[in-house]
Design a protein around this ligand. Structure first.
Ligand code: NOJ
Length: 579
């Protein structure tokens, strides 16, 4: 009875969400194509296809060749911070496998490769006047040269979360305004040493995570829990640091090096649960503004989104504070920050339904209660890997159109997009990843047809790697990495074949061809690779495989031997009686 009731409620919810989805689609007027239809067509000529990685997630060699410690080295070595207490100490050993990895990129026919420089590898303490580590510089020199020799454009991120530990200990990291100058010195060194060859610079990767997960929830390094203030202060300093570096490049290097400076913001889309409910519409707008607009609005318009100022100001007053917990920019700072983005990098993975939810004042201060909203998901959305990552391709197109209208149609590079798997067992036949890439890339193509100015796309990620607090339990790679083997061998998943076809066709030519890609991709992994996968699989003892092993290796032979023995005894007994 209870089960039946539960089922009814679940079905009712599904129907409700479906109705909401359909009504939302009707109101959506960016294009005539509805979100479930597939669009066959090509990307503009010169569109850049790439894949990405970051230093701490792939390089390993955490203490080699004079590298200093980063906050992630320290954080991951503390017990209980990372799933299974994994660390990035050796990770994919990318530091030693530059040639091998570039061969993979060549095979994919990538136009660009996005990677990050580890600040403490080139400046071990983070402070230029202390010393510069020439061995670290040499490593990146070599990586850049080899990429260029292979006609792969480097897109280089200056900060993908690995702050030098010394700066955290001495100053409190991004809580401290002094980071602005230290970061500027470091960036300046990178322009000086690598800028003759690097033409695309990303200052910060996903500052939302740096601020919220590093200084509000503490799930990420440096693990601080400064609720309701820490994230806003970190973000404030990061925005200033970004602007300063942009100006440094603009004044000192641009005319000689002719490169571009951007930032990579992570933006998940927020869709109102009820498209006819004004409160839900406003809550969804707040979700995107508190996420993406927090950083994009200052860079494009000079100040924080009005809705953030209003909500955080109101909540601060409710808590009896004399001023808002959201810091303010002076008029000079506003004009200094505005317009400091030559291109906008976007990292996008998923979508949420959003509804209005009031958080009472007694819950205390926090970034999350400041927003007055709740996040929901449709239970039918596929979620093959990370808990937070549901495949909702249509949200990508909405976000891209939002960016176009809000920020004056800036030049966009997709700096991250992809999906993970949570697998005990090796799985090279990643058909769900093929589906994810196919649908998300198609929504991006539709967005280009809508007029969004997207110049390139970066699949995230080239390799399986250290996935921050999730350790190695979540795999985003196009290539599988066997982390238990000390040689860290790489194996192509089926999605490699599929992505290669998208790249060589520069889009989706026609239904017959696109369907044949999927068939062939599955074939590439189903024969030899499946054998390989099975071989690898036996090494991992998850409960199901060990149970199967016990059945096949112990139970079956024992029962057979017993049967033979019993038959022999029975036969002997019969023969004796005859005699
Ligand atoms: C964004 C981060 O920049 C990246 O490092 C991470 O791997 C992906 N999110 C997936 O979680």
């Amino acid at each position: 009875m209870l089960m039946m009731l539960q089922r009814c409620v679940l079905t009712l919810c599904h129907v409700l969400v479906l109705v909401l989805c359909l009504s939302a689609a009707e109101d959506f007027d960016w294009t005539k194509n509805d979100r479930s239809s597939f669009y066959y067509g090509s990307f503009p000529t010169g569109f850049s296809w790439g894949a990405g990685s970051s230093a701490y997630q792939t390089e390993g060699a955490w203490d080699k060749d004079g590298k200093g410690m980063s906050i992630w080295d320290v954080f991951s070595h503390k017990k209980g911070k990372i799933a299974l207490n994994d660390t990035g100490d050796s990770s994919c050993d990318g530091y030693y496998k530059v040639k091998e990895d570039i061969a993979l990129m060549k095979d994919l026919k990538l136009n660009h490769y996005r990677f990050s420089i580890a600040w403490p590898r080139v400046m071990p303490t983070g402070i230029k006047s202390d010393y510069i580590n020439e061995k670290g510089i040499k490593y990146y020199d070599n990586l850049i040269d080899l990429l260029l020799e292979n006609k792969i454009t480097p897109i280089v991120t200056l900060y993908h979360w690995d702050l030098p530990q010394v700066l955290q200990e001495k100053y409190g990291g991004w809580q401290n305004i002094s980071m602005v100058n230290y970061f500027n010195d470091y960036a300046n060194l990178c322009f000086e040493r690598f800028g003759n060859r690097v033409k695309y610079w990303v200052t910060f990767n996903n500052p939302w995570s740096i601020a919220v997960e590093g200084y509000e929830t503490g799930e990420h390094a440096p693990g601080m829990r400064l609720k309701g203030t820490g994230a806003y202060r970190a973000a404030h300093n990061i925005i200033k640091a970004h602007a300063k570096v942009w100006h440094t490049y603009d004044i000192q290097w641009r005319s000689k090096q002719r490169g571009l400076i951007g930032i990579s913001l992570s933006g998940e889309w927020g869709e109102p649960v009820d498209i006819t409910n004004q409160k839900d519409i406003e809550a969804a707008e707040r979700y995107v503004q508190f996420y993406f607009g927090w950083f994009a609005t200052p860079l494009f318009h000079g100040d924080y989104p009005q809705v953030m100022k209003d909500y955080i100001g109101k909540k601060s007053a409710q808590h009896g504070l004399g001023s808002s917990r959201l810091p303010t920019f002076s008029p000079q700072e506003k004009s200094y920050i505005k317009g400091t983005c030559d291109f906008l990098g976007i990292g996008h993975f998923t979508t949420r339904y959003i509804t209005q939810k009031n958080f009472p004042a007694n819950l205390g201060n926090s970034y999350f209660t400041d927003r007055d909203l709740a996040e929901l998901v449709d239970p039918r959305w596929p979620d093959p890997g990370s808990e937070w990552l549901y495949s909702v391709p249509w949200g990508f197109r909405r976000l891209l159109n939002f960016v176009k209208t809000q920020y004056g149609n800036p030049m966009i590079y997709i700096t991250e997009n992809g999906v993970s798997e949570k697998m005990m067992c090796t799985e090279l036949c990643d058909d769900w990843r093929i589906q994810y890439y196919k649908d998300y890339i198609n929504e991006m193509l539709k967005a280009i047809k809508d007029g969004v100015n997207i110049k390139g796309y970066t699949a995230w990620s080239l390799l399986d790697k250290f996935e921050w607090d999730e350790g190695y339990s979540e795999r985003f790679g196009l290539y599988y990495v066997d982390f238990r083997n000390k040689n860290k061998p790489r194996y192509p998943k089926a999605s490699v074949y599929y992505y290669k076809r998208i790249i060589s066709s520069n889009g989706f030519p026609n239904q017959r061809e696109v369907e044949s890609w999927k068939r062939k991709a599955t074939e590439t992994c189903s024969s030899s690779n499946q054998l390989l996968a099975a071989g690898l699989c036996l090494c991992i003892s998850d409960p199901l495989t060990s149970h199967m092993e016990m059945v096949t290796e112990i139970v079956v032979p024992t029962v057979c031997t017993l049967c033979i023995l019993l038959s022999a005894i029975f036969l002997m007994f019969l023969l004796r009686r005859r005699n």
